[in-house]
Every structure is written in C-alpha cells, then in structure tokens.
Design a protein around this ligand. Structure first.
Ligand code: HAM
Length: 424
C-alpha cells in the first residue's frame, strides 16, 4: 500500500507553522477580550439549510455537503456567521443587547487550492448583535485594525464600502433581488463586464460603470463625490451618508482607511450595509472581511435584529507575518533535558524533571534508555539549552550537573537552586 497524504486542499501544520497559527489565534483572543467579546464554540457540522440560507451562490457551491447516518442533510461550516445567528435566534434569544460574540476554529470551502487558499482554513470571527448604529460598524473595523496591529503587521490597508449603495440603486432601477445577487457576485470577483451585462437598461449600466470611476485617492473625497452622484437615488444616498459617518468615526479614532470603493461587493449574500476588507501590500488577497447583515437573524426565525461582524483569515495573516518577517512576541522558555546517568537513578531524575515542569520549565526526559554520549548528541541536535545530568555522587550531595549546551560549560548546581537556574 502506498503511503497516505492529506486530502487535496487539506494541510498538516508542522510545529513551526502550528506555532504561528496558534500565535495569531492567541492575538485574536486577546483582541476579543479587549473589546468585550465573549467566546463561543459551535459545531463544525451544521444543518445544510442553515449554512446555505444566505451564504450566496459562490459559497453554496463550495460547501462540503453530506448526509449523516440519520439521513440529515448537513455540511461542514464554511464560516461562523450563520452558526452565531443560529445561537442568537435560539439559546441567546433573550440575552440583553448588544451581544458581542467571538469564535475561532477551522472552516471548510471547496476552493481551488493555492497559496493562501485552502479547503480547510481558520477564521477568528467577531459578531456584534443588536445595534443599528454606525458605532457598531466602526467598532468592528477598529477591532480588525487592532488585531492586525497586535499581530505586528505593518502597512496594512482597509477597504470600505456599503452594499446598500449598489442594492438600492439597482432596486430603484427595477432590478430584482435575484439578478442583484448575480450582479454582486460578479462584481465581488471584479468581473465588471459580466456583471453589467446582466442589467437590461443601458442607463443603469452607465450608472454602475460610473460608480467604478468614483474611487479616488482620498476616501473622504470619494464619499463626497458618491453622495453627489446619488442625489436622485434617496435610499442609495442614505447608504452613502451612513458610510460617511462610519468613515469619520473610524478615522477619528486613529485608524486610517485606505480606500472607499463605491462599487465594492462581497461574496456573501447576507450583507445589507457597510462592508470592508483588510489587505497587506505583500499579498494579493484579503486577510479578513466583514460587514453589516441586518436581515439574517430574521431569516433564521428571530426578531428583526441588526448585526455586524467580521472574520479574520488566520492562515492568510500567518502568511503575511512570514512575508513581513514579523517576530512572534512569545515568552522565551529555556529548554531542558534531564538524564539519569544510570538506570537506578531514573526515579530521582524523574522527580527533578517534575519539579522543574511544575515551575513552568519545559523538560524533555530521557525516555529512550540511551547512553549519556548518545543522549547528549541528540539534545544538541534538538537545540536544547541545558542538560541536567543526575549522577550518583552528586545526588548524595543534593546536587546535579548542569551542562549549558549553548555556552559549552558545565557546573554543579544544588537541586534546590535548579528552578532559579532556568527561570527566564
Ligand atoms: P469571508 O470574506 O468569506 O467572510 O472570509 C473571511 C476571510 O477568510 C477572508 O478575508 C480570508 O482571509 C479568509 N478566507 C476565505 N476563504 C479562504 C480560503 N479558501 N483559504 C484561506 N483563507 C480564506 C466571512 O466568512 C464572513 N463570515 C465574515 C463576516 C462575519 N461577516 C460578518 N460577520
């Protein structure tokens, strides 16, 4: 039998990669804490109907769908928002608003595998439920900004838009919702010609094209020009004005917005308001994105409840940190190996190892029964910092030998002082 490989699009993360991933997750968790978001853990497998309801064609077609042994149509979650909306319409229904919820875990999409695009990837998701105010949109954007800054990324940019501009403009022009969804899907992929071809009226086509040209260097100017552009479209204008207030709140709180894009659309169908994405110059794909979805909770049978949120793509943030050679700000522990010089000293040595571990020093105990020379050679290869050698004479004196493998020195240390020796 040939050896097994992971399924296409799925990856093994080896220790260095896993360390970066969990580092970013820890930063996401810290960010959630500093903004008052409470963590929930939801299932990876959800009812297909829930996940498909408002996901949008693009994601619907890329879900891992199967029937469980009870004949239920289920799927692996392609994102968190639907699961959290499910909580809000059920067990969290009577919780006081606003609700601030955080979730992190793996999600699944049958995307074409390439760098930064996997079939199993990780998201950190933040949702704020119950506010229809620009402050809530601003909060989520500021939170996204804080996360990237906490991770140590530089030069990242935020792209901002409002899906209500396109939707309301199309509605006023008599374009039905289904066609709107198809247009927005294509605009999300920047297939503008294909998108505009779905509109019958040439006036409407020209209007949409005009939106593309409004994007300028200065986001404030762009919003202003957008408002002028939409003067005959009151609902779309309202959306642009809302966008303007979010832009003001965010920038005045010290987070700069690189671009306002009036023709900005996102793949998910549930968005109703402000939307945004995060980028770094080194990567040609979004590190995260989100937006307002005021109708989803109602669609799931809850009270009409405004909501907004965002998901950070952990794997892509990891790639960005590698591209920018970001140092992980981790507590540096000294690594210690403990060897008994002979079989009879095993128990003594193990006791010493346990004492050190209890004092938070990582210890690798000799479990291969090797001779000292071999064990030392191996410790060197593993880049252990110190080796504690438990010998007969030293133990009788309450001491051990400590070899510093970095400095290549050796000293005798009293067992009671060992913890101090390795403290960082
Ligand atoms: P999304 O834009 O579909 O939004 O995904 C969020 C992030 O997940 C993307 O910006 C990207 O970084 C990452 N991502 C997406 N697909 C892949 C992939 N195949 N491989 C690696 N990373 C990927 C959502 O999922 C919404 N639920 C966000 C949201 C929350 N909106 C409101 N609340």
């Amino acid at each position: 039998m040939s050896t097994f490989q992971p399924v296409r699009g799925m990856r093994d993360l080896l220790p260095d990669e896993a360390e970066r991933l969990t580092y970013v997750i820890s930063k996401a968790r810290e960010t959630a804490l500093t903004y008052g978001y409470k963590e929930v853990i939801t299932p990876v497998v959800e009812p297909l109907e829930l996940l498909a309801a408002k996901a949008g064609e693009e994601i619907r077609q890329r879900m891992f769908i199967f029937e469980d042994m009870g004949g239920r149509k289920v799927a692996l979650r392609p994102e968190f928002t639907a699961s959290i909306a499910r909580l809000v319409t059920t067990v969290l229904r009577t919780e006081p608003k606003p609700l601030r919820i955080f979730g992190v875990g793996s999600v699944y999409r049958y995307d074409e595998p390439q760098k930064g695009r996997y079939r199993e990837f990780w998201q950190a998701d933040f949702e704020v439920i119950g506010s229809n105010k620009p402050e809530a949109d601003a909060e989520v954007i500021l939170l996204a900004n804080s996360l990237l800054s906490r991770v140590g990324l530089k030069g990242y940019a935020i792209k901002l838009g409002h899906i209500g501009v396109l939707r309301n403009l199309l509605t006023q022009e008599g374009v039905d919702e289904k066609t709107q969804n198809a247009i927005l899907q294509r605009m999300d992929k920047k297939e503008y010609d294909a998108a505009f071809a779905l509109v019958d009226s040439s006036k409407c086509q020209t209007l949409l094209r005009g939106l593309l040209n409004l994007k300028g260097e200065n986001p404030f100017e762009t919003v202003q020009n957008l408002c002028t552009y939409l003067k005959d479209y009151p609902k779309a204008l309202e959306a642009a004005q809302y966008l303007s207030s979010v832009l003001k709140l965010v920038t005045e709180s010290g987070c700069s917005i690189e671009t306002v894009d009036p023709a900005f659309a996102r793949g998910l169908e549930y968005y109703t308001g402000v939307i945004f994405e995060l980028y770094v110059p080194e990567l040609n794909m979004a590190l995260g994105g989100g937006g307002r979805y005021d109708k989803l909770i109602e669609v799931f049978g809850g009270e009409p409840t405004p909501a907004t949120g965002m998901a950070a793509g952990i794997d892509r943030i990891v790639i960005a940190t590698q591209a920018q050679q970001t140092k992980l700000q981790k507590q540096a522990f000294k690594r210690v190996a403990v060897f008994p010089i002979k079989e009879e000293l095993k128990v003594e040595a193990l006791k010493i190892a346990q004492t050190l571990r209890n004092a938070e020093t990582p210890v690798e105990f000799e479990i291969m029964g090797r001779k000292m020379a071999k064990a030392l050679e191996d410790a060197d290869k593993r880049k252990v910092d110190y080796v504690v050698i438990v010998g007969e004479r030293e133990i009788k004196e309450g001491k051990v030998i400590v070899k510093d493998l970095v400095k290549r020195t050796q000293t005798e240390v009293e067992i009671k002082d060992l913890k101090k020796t390795f403290a960082t």
